[in-house]
Design a protein around this ligand. Structure first.
Ligand code: AGP
Length: 609
C-alpha cells in the first residue's frame, strides 16, 4: 500500500527513481511524486494518476540530481489528487517527506500546528508529519525526525530530506516495511525488494522503531528510543530480477497464472521424503515437537490467503485428528479466545505485511501461543515476527490479484497435512500415494493452461453479464470463493460464492436467464449433489458454466458451457479447478478493457487496518 523508493549515489537520480516507481506501481497507483537534491536546492514534481502521468510532467526537466525520494500512493486520508500526492513539504519548502502507513493522531497534531501558524496544502496525515518535523527542526534533521515521531501514533515507513542538509535521507519505520539496498558507492531504500533487485541483492531490513541515515555509499541505523548504533544483518535476496518482469506476457497476472506449474514445483522442491512417505519442512525444525503434538490449529489470514486456509482446514482434518479453525485475521483479534496449550496459530500471507494478519499474529503472541508464519516475501514483517515458518518460494507476485501465491499456499498446506498426517493416522503407503498424486499436479496444471483459447472464448460469451454466482461443495467451496473474488476484483462485475448446499436457502432467488452460475463439480464424493444443484439452476433458466473433469458426459449435457480439467484424486482437485477460474476472470476483464494488474481501489500489500 503505497510505494517508497530512495537513491543516493553518483548516477542521475530521476531515471533510477522512476524505474523504482514503475516496479512499485502495483503497491498503489492513484498518484505519484518525487523530490531530488539539485544544485543546492530541492526540486519536486507530483502528478495524479499512473506513473506515466509523472513521467510526462518530468519531460524536459534536466535536474543534475544524484539523490532523492519518490512515492506512489494508495489514498487513505484525502482523495487521490495532485495536492494529496507525496512528497509533502513544510511551510518553507525545505523539508520533503514521503510516507507509507497511517498517522492515527494526525488531527490533534494538526490542530496544534495550525495554532502555531503552519500552513497546510492537503488533507493528508503525511503533511501533518512533515510540518511536525519542521516544528522540531533546529539544524539537525535526524534529531527533528526523532522528536516528531515520538509524538506520533500509528504506522509509518518514511523518508525525509532537507534542503539545508544535502545528500542525506532519513528513514524511519514502525509497522510499514522499509529496506535499505547497498551497492558500491550507492545506497537505495525502498518499501519493497521488487524495487531494489535490479540494482542490488544486498539488503538490510529495517525493524520497527529503527531510524536510518543514508548518505551516498553509507548508512547508519539507530533506535528511535535511544541513540545506540545498531548492527542489522545484511541479507542477500535470492530473487531473480527477471521474475519481477512480464517476460513477454501482456500482464503480470497472466504471467503469474502461467508460472503455476513451476511455482507449485518450487513449493515442493526438497520437501518430500518419498521413501518415508512424508514431508520435511526445514523452517519448522525449531518447533517440530510442538507442531507434531498440537491438537488445535488456528489459521489466520485475509482475502485469497484466507481461502487457501479454508482448503488447508479440510485437508488437515482429512489426514489428522487435529481440530482446525480458520479465522479472518481482521476478526480474530476481537474474539475472546481461550487458547490452551497444544494450540498453534498459523498466519498465512503472501506479502507478509498485511496489517490485519500482523495484528492477529501479535494478539496470538500476547496470548502466549506459538505463532507460525507462511509467507512468500522473504524478510517480511510476518516472517520476522513469527516463531518459525515456511516460505512459499513462489517468486515475486506483482499482479494485485493473487494467483500463483494461492496455489503455492495450498501446496504448502498439503505438505503440512502430509507431515501431520504421518504423525496421525496415515500409513507409509498412504503417504507415498499422496506424494505420487501431488507430484503429478504441476503437469496437470500445465495441461489446463493449454486450454487458454477455449477459456477466452467462454469469457467472450459471459463478459456481457453483470452478476455471477459461483458454487461448489467441500473443497470446491473455497475454490468458488476464490473464483468469485478474482472476477470481482479485476472485472468489477458482481460475483458471489456460496457452498452449493446453501443455494436453496436464499441465493437461488437471484437466478434467471441473466444471472449465470459457475458450478465447480469435479468427480468427487459430492458430485451427485452438485448435479442436482445444477438441475435446479437450469430449471430456473439460469445459464451454467461448469468446471468438470475431462470426459464427464453428464456435465457436458446439462451445462451450457464447460471447462474441463484432468482427473485427479479428490483431495487434489482445488489445484486444478481454480486455474480455469483465474483465466476466466483474466479474460473477462481483458475483454471488458479493465486494468488488470492494477485494479481500481486495490493495492497489492494491504498495510492499513
Ligand atoms: C487477492 O487477489 C488479493 N490480492 C487479496 O485478497 C490478498 O490475498 C489479501 O489482501 C491478503 O494478502 P496477503 O496474502 O499478502 O496477506
Amino acid at each position: 500500500m503505497c510505494g517508497i523508493i530512495c537513491y543516493l549515489g553518483q548516477r542521475p537520480a530521476v531515471p533510477l527513481l522512476m524505474d523504482g516507481l514503475r516496479r512499485l506501481e502495483y503497491r498503489g497507483y492513484d498518484s505519484s511524486g518525487l523530490a531530488v537534491f539539485s544544485n543546492g536546492s530541492i526540486e519536486s514534481e507530483r502528478a495524479l494518476g499512473k506513473i506515466k502521468a509523472l513521467e510526462e510532467r518530468l519531460q524536459g526537466k534536466r535536474w543534475p540530481a544524484r539523490g532523492g525520494i519518490a512515492h506512489t500512493r494508495w489514498a487513505t486520508h484525502g482523495e487521490p489528487s495532485e495536492r494529496n500526492a507525496h512528497p509533502h513539504r513544510d511551510c518553507t519548502s525545505s523539508i520533503f517527506l514521503i510516507h507509507n502507513g497511517i498517522i492515527e493522531n494526525y488531527q490533534q497534531i494538526k490542530n496544534r500546528l495550525v495554532a502555531k501558524d503552519h500552513q497546510f496544502a492537503s488533507e493528508t496525515d503525511t503533511e501533518v508529519l512533515t510540518h511536525l518535523v519542521e516544528d522540531h527542526y533546529r539544524g539537525d534533521l535526524v534529531e527533528a525526525v526523532e522528536q516528531a515521531l515520538r509524538q506520533v501514533r500509528g504506522a509509518f515507513g518514511i523518508a525525509v530530506m532537507c534542503r539545508q542538509e544535502p545528500d542525506k535521507i532519513v528513514l524511519a519505520r514502525r509497522g510499514s516495511p522499509l529496506i535499505i539496498g547497498v551497492r558500491n558507492g550507492e545506497v537505495f531504500a525502498a518499501s519493497d525488494v521488487a524495487a531494489l533487485v535490479s540494482h542490488t541483492k544486498n539488503v538490510i531490513y529495517l525493524e520497527d522503531n529503527d531510524i536510518a541515515v543514508l548518505t551516498p555509499s553509507q548508512y547508519d541505523i539507530f533506535n528511535l528510543d535511544g541513540a545506540d548504533t545498531l548492527n542489522r544483518i545484511e541479507t542477500v535476496v535470492d530473487w531473480d530480477v527477471r521474475e519481477a518482469e512480464k517476460q513477454g506476457y501482456e500482464h503480470f497476472m497472466l504471467k503469474e497464472i502461467y508460472d503455476q506449474p513451476a511455482s507449485i514445483k518450487n513449493a515442493l522442491r526438497g520437501r518430500l521424503i518419498e521413501d518415508e512417505g512424508t514431508a520435511k519442512l526445514g523452517g519448522l525444525a525449531p518447533v517440530k515437537d510442538q507442531v507434531l503434538d498440537m491438537d488445535r490449529l488456528i489459521i489466520v489470514s485475509c482475502g485469497t490467503s484466507y481461502y487457501a486456509g479454508l482448503i488447508g482446514r479440510s485437508v488437515i482434518e482429512s489426514c489428522t485428528e487435529i481440530g482446525v479453525d480458520v479465522d479472518l485475521a481482521s476478526e480474530f483479534r476481537y474474539r475472546r479466545l481461550n487458547l490452551k496449550s497444544g494450540t498453534i496459530v498459523l498466519a498465512i500471507s503472501q506479502s507478509g505485511e498485511t496489517a490485519d494478519t500482523l495484528a492477529a499474529v501479535r494478539e496470538a503472541e500476547r496470548k502466549g501461543v506459538p505463532v507460525l508464519g507462511m509467507v512468500n516475501v522473504v524478510g517480511s514483517s510476518i516472517a520476522r515476527e513469527t516463531l518459525a515458518g515456511v516460505y512459499n518460494h513462489a517468486g515475486p507476485e506483482i499482479g494485485v490479484a493473487s494467483t500463483k501465491s494461492f496455489t503455492s499456499q495450498v501446496a504448502v498446506l498439503y505438505l503440512v497435512s502430509l507431515l501431520l498426517g504421518r504423525r496421525h493416522r496415515m500409513s507409509v503407503s498412504e503417504g507415498q500415494a499422496f506424494i505420487r498424486e501431488f507430484k503429478s499436479i504441476p503437469e496437470k496444471v500445465a495441461l489446463i493452461l493449454e486450454q487458454a483459447d477455449h477459456i477466452r472464448q467462454v469469457a467472450r460469451k459471459y463478459r456481457r453479464f453483470k452478476n455471477f454466482l459461483f458454487v461448489g461443495r467441500q473443497l470446491s467451496y473455497p475454490v468458488a470463493l476464490e473464483g468469485a473474488l478474482k472476477l470481482k476484483e479485476i472485472s468489477y462485475l458482481h460475483a458471489e460464492a456460496y457452498a452449493a448446499g446453501e443455494m436453496k436457502h436464499g441465493p437461488i432467488a437471484l437466478i434467471d436467464e441473466n444471472f449465470p452460475s459457475v458450478c465447480i463439480a469435479p468427480r468427487d464424493s459430492s458430485r451427485e449433489k452438485m448435479i442436482s444443484n445444477i438441475q435446479e439452476i437450469k430449471a430456473r433458466r439460469g445459464p451454467v458454466l461448469g468446471i468438470a473433469n475431462q470426459g464427464d458426459a453428464q456435465m457436458a449435457h446439462i451445462c451450457d458451457d464447460l471447462i474441463e480439467v484432468p482427473a485427479c484424486d479428490e483431495l487434489f482437485t482445488p489445484f486444478l479447478t481454480v486455474v480455469p477460474l483465474q483465466l476466466l476472470a483474466y479474460y473477462i476483464a481483458r475483454e471488458n478493457g479493465c486494468e488488470i494488474d492494477q485494479p481500481r481501489n486495490l493495492a497489492k500489500s494491504v498495510t492499513v487496518e
